[in-house]
Design a protein around this ligand. Structure first.
Ligand code: PGA
Length: 249
């Protein structure tokens, strides 16, 4: 059975002081979590989060990474810096990066390769917009994104990576995909992985759902056969609600 993994994407929230409050509160609540737990604070809080999470079940990830190793790229953060800070995971291709910073499947694929090359694990995001869903082209969009972002990844990498399906229209909007809508796309992604790799690899692949996951809808979503965890935004900023989602797994 695949282990469920719950990741919290803090986005552009929490100062260094807020970070110690939140991680300490989580540590108190998550002594023996029933699922894997990853927190993804902003860059300025990564080193502190790693320090505070040492010896606990909480793992730390970054929200993005540069495709470049070093040099004149003002404002960017390299994979070497993330690794040295003690991160184990990196989110790549979040829809906010796709939308506001025009990231493409090709760039996201290069970022995923970069993350693997340094021995870290990418959380690779895909998802359709509202217009795409309403035009009935969700499967087509997801198929294109999955093929693009996974290009060239080995079966071993595919089995280690985390895929996050996040319908763009459900992120931060309070609208959640119905469990049926979510499960349908998760099954599609698993079928695509089986075709691109093998049924064995597809069986091992961890596919998270993201988009307004809250304590009150987490249980039903996480009970679906192809939903292996959640990528949580808003609800991960509070220790009680994030812990409740982890409990629901
Ligand atoms: P949300 O964000 O839970 O606030 O909808 C999810 C995400 O963007 O990963």
């Amino acid at each position: 059975m695949r282990k469920k993994i719950i990741a919290g994407n803090w986005k552009m929230n929490k100062t260094v002081a807020d970070t110690s409050d939140l991680i300490n509160a989580l540590k108190a609540k998550l002594t023996e979590p029933k699922a894997g737990v990853i927190v993804c604070p902003p860059y300025t809080s990564l080193a502190l989060a790693v320090e505070l999470a040492k010896g606990t079940p909480i793992k730390v990830g970054a929200q993005d990474v540069s495709v470049n190793d070093d040099g004149a790229f003002t404002g960017e953060i390299s994979i070497g810096m993330l690794k040295a800070a003690g991160c184990e995971y990196v989110i790549v291709g979040h829809s906010e990066r796709r939308q506001y910073y025009k990231e493409t499947d090709e760039l996201i694929n290069r970022k995923a390769q970069k993350v693997f090359a340094s021995g870290l694990i990418p959380i690779i995001c895909v998802g359709e917009t509202l217009a795409e869903r309403e035009s009935g082209i969700t499967s087509q969009i997801i198929t294109g994104q999955i093929k693009g972002v996974l290009a060239g990844l080995t079966p071993g990498q595919m089995e280690t990576a985390i895929i996050a399906y996040e319908p763009v229209w459900a992120i931060g909007t309070g609208k959640t995909a119905t469990t049926q809508q979510a499960e349908e796309v998760h099954l599609l992604i698993r079928t695509l992985i089986a075709e691109l790799y093998s049924p064995e690899t597809a069986e091992k692949a961890v596919i998270q759902y993201g988009g307004s996951v809250k304590p009150d809808n987490a249980k039903e979503l996480l009970a679906q056969p192809n939903i292996d965890g959640a990528l949580v935004g808003g609800a991960c900023l509070n220790a009680d609600s994030f812990a409740a989602i982890i409990d629901a797994a």
